[in-house]
Every structure is written in structure tokens, then in C-alpha cells.
Write a protein that binds this ligand. Structure first.
Ligand code: FAD
Length: 289
């Protein structure tokens, strides 16, 4: 089944994300976390894609395990910056062979010191989207950035390029994490005004430690509101309390989004079934409405 058909249903959908192990040694642990997250019956589980080697192979393995063994829809991420066009084509062919119908098409970050762009690589995600479309009837998702992508100085350019990406064949968008819902509402207004009409899933990251917050900020450049910083300041040195507070903050963000008409939410659950379980339990009645 295609994720877009699910997103278009008139009900609330919650999805989670897992990431593959860096080496094969960690595979069973990730599988165990994936199985526990799948037991929560999310609308789908997405599997991130690392640059080359074992990680990229494991994305397809985990995505087909989710679909075939756990009976949950899976979304395989695919990045193109750190692979040649030939390598990317072979990954798409493999996904098709495994019966994976849903791909999140991404450029990926440019590894430091790498010469980019080059003739033998796709430069932007929209080129990858066009390529995937040549391989058959996939449902294609892509990334978007409510606070703007770090490489763009002007938000207007960001939205113009996003429109081009969507027009190349994107069925739905998932946002970068954000911690202030007003930023998301403002972004939605601007992209709808620009003629982008596909479903947009807000990506919510439950921050459960000070280290995770620092890493997230480095990766995404996101703004942490004062309300979140106060919570980190007060509970950051108490791991259990910080976990509770981080889950409560993410739950609060989700409830506000749902109350304001958002139907589909993606949660960056980061291989932490205990976090996914607590959020689902907090939402147990809300998601029935
Ligand atoms: P693009 O859409 O290609 O955009 C990249 C930059 O180019 C942007 O600044 C954009 O505005 C600009 N641009 C686009 N088109 C043009 C144009 N025609 N002319 C000039 N400039 C243009 N990374 C991973 O490595 N693995 C993952 O699994 C992964 N999953 C992610 C999931 C989500 C939901 C999100 C939000 C991000 C994810 N990322 C992942 C990170 C992502 O790969 C990086 O943010 C990357 O820097 C940009 O990828 P993109 O697909 O958005 O690129």
C-alpha cells in the first residue's frame, strides 16, 4: 500500500522512524527496537539512510522486515549525494524487487571535503525524484524545512525550490524537527500560498537528554524556544526527569498540532521504543477523535 493513500484518509495518522545500525553487529538490537515500535501499530515506520556501505544495505533490509514480517507500512529513505547515479539506480531497483512501494527521496548532506556536484551524481533531491519515477509506481516523499534549509540564505528561495521538488513528483512532505509550532503554522501558510498542496507531516523529535538537544541543534540549526530551554536547564542533569519532561513537551506539541487541524504526525523516535510507547499512551484517546 502507498503511504499517500493512508495520509489522504480522514483520520489521524502517527508514524515513527528508526535508523539502521552503523555496522552489522548492531543489527539485532535495531531489529528488536523496530519490532517494539511496530507493535504500537503506527501508520508507517520510516527507515533512514546512511552514506554508503552497510548502513544503506540495512535500510532496505529493515524496511522489508517491517513490511513483510511485521505487517506495517514502511518508508525507505534514500539519499543521492554520496553515491553515484549508478549506485542510486541499483538501490532503487533493489527496493522495487523487495516490493517496497514508498521512498523518501533526499539529497543527503555533503560529506566534508567531498567534491560536489559532479557529473556522475544527482545534485538535488528533485533529480532523484525524477529518477525514481522512471522505475515504476512508487509513492515518493521528500523533506522540507519550516525554519529554512541551512544552505539557503533566503526563505523565499527555499520555498521556490521546494515547489520545484514537489512538482517533479513528490506525493507528501515531512518536515525537519521544530520545537515551536508557530514556526510550522507560518511555514504551512507560506507553502500553501506558493501552491504546494501535498500533505505535510510535521516531524516531532522528543528530546530526552541535553546531549541529544545539542546534537539536534548542530544537525538542523533549529531554534529552541525559551520554554524548552527552561525545561532543559531545570531537568537536564536528571536523566529520568529529563526524559519525562521531553516526552511531555513532544506530546504537548503533537496535541496542539492535532487541535489545529493537522492529521498526520511523524515522530523521530530514534530507535527508542520506550519513548514511542509513552507518547502513544499519552495520545491514546486523542488519536481516536
Ligand atoms: P534538496 O531538496 O535537494 O535541497 C538541498 C539544498 O539545495 C536546499 O538548500 C535547497 O533549497 C537547495 N536547492 C534545491 N533545489 C535547488 C535548485 N534548483 N537550485 C538551487 N538550489 C536548490 N539525511 C540522510 O543522510 N539520511 C536520511 O535518511 C535523512 N532523512 C531525512 C528526513 C527528513 C524528513 C529530513 C527533513 C531530512 C533528512 N535528512 C537525511 C537530511 C537531508 O538529507 C539534509 O537536510 C540535506 O542537506 C538536504 O536534503 P534534501 O533532500 O532536502 O535536499
Amino acid at each position: 500500500m502507498k503511504i499517500i493513500d493512508r495520509l489522504n484518509e480522514d483520520k489521524i495518522h502517527i508514524s515513527f522512524e528508526v535508523f539502521p545500525p552503523k555496522t552489522d553487529a548492531g543489527f539485532d538490537k535495531v531489529l528488536d527496537a523496530t519490532d517494539k515500535i511496530a507493535a504500537l501499530k503506527p501508520s508507517y515506520i520510516s527507515v533512514t539512510y546512511g552514506a554508503g556501505g552497510g548502513t544503506s544495505k540495512n535500510t532496505a533490509r529493515i524496511a522489508s522486515h517491517i513490511k513483510d514480517d511485521l505487517g506495517v507500512l514502511s518508508l525507505a529513505h534514500l539519499t543521492c549525494a554520496s553515491s553515484t547515479k549508478a549506485e542510486v539506480r541499483s538501490v532503487i531497483a533493489n527496493l522495487r524487487q523487495l516490493g517496497i512501494e514508498n521512498i523518501l527521496a533526499l539529497r543527503g548532506d555533503i560529506p566534508e571535503g567531498m567534491v560536489f556536484p559532479t557529473e556522475d551524481r544527482f545534485r538535488y533531491a528533485w533529480e532523484l525524484v525524477e529518477e525514481i519515477k522512471k522505475y515504476g509506481d512508487f509513492c515518493i516523499g521528500a523533506a522540507c524545512y519550516p525554519e529554512g534549509h541551512v544552505e539557503n540564505e533566503h526563505k523565499a528561495d527555499d520555498i521556490r525550490f521546494l515547489k520545484q521538488k514537489v512538482d517533479s513528483g513528490v506525493d507528501f512532505l515531512t518536515t525537519q524537527m521544530f520545537f515551536d509550532n508557530d514556526i510550522h503554522y507560518n511555514f504551512l501558510y507560506r507553502i500553501r500560498e506558493a501552491g504546494i498542496t501535498v500533505p505535510v507531516l510535521p516531524g516531532i523529535m522528543p528530546i530526552t537528554s541535553a546531549t541529544q538537544m545539542k546534537r539536534s541543534q548542530e544537525l538542523s540549526g533549529t531554534v529552541f524556544p525559551r520554554r524548552f530551554l527552561a525545561l532543559l536547564d531545570r531537568f537536564g542533569s536528571y536523566p529520568e526527569a529529563m526524559m519525562q519532561a521531553g516526552i511531555a513537551y513532544a506530546t504537548d506539541q503533537i496535541i496542539d498540532l492535532l487541535a489545529n487541524g493537522v492529521k498526520n504526525i511523524h515522530i523521530y523516535s530514534m530507535n527508542k521504543p520506550e519513548v514511542a510507547e509513552k507518547i502513544m499512551s499519552n495520545l491514546s484517546e486523542i488519536i481516536r477523535c
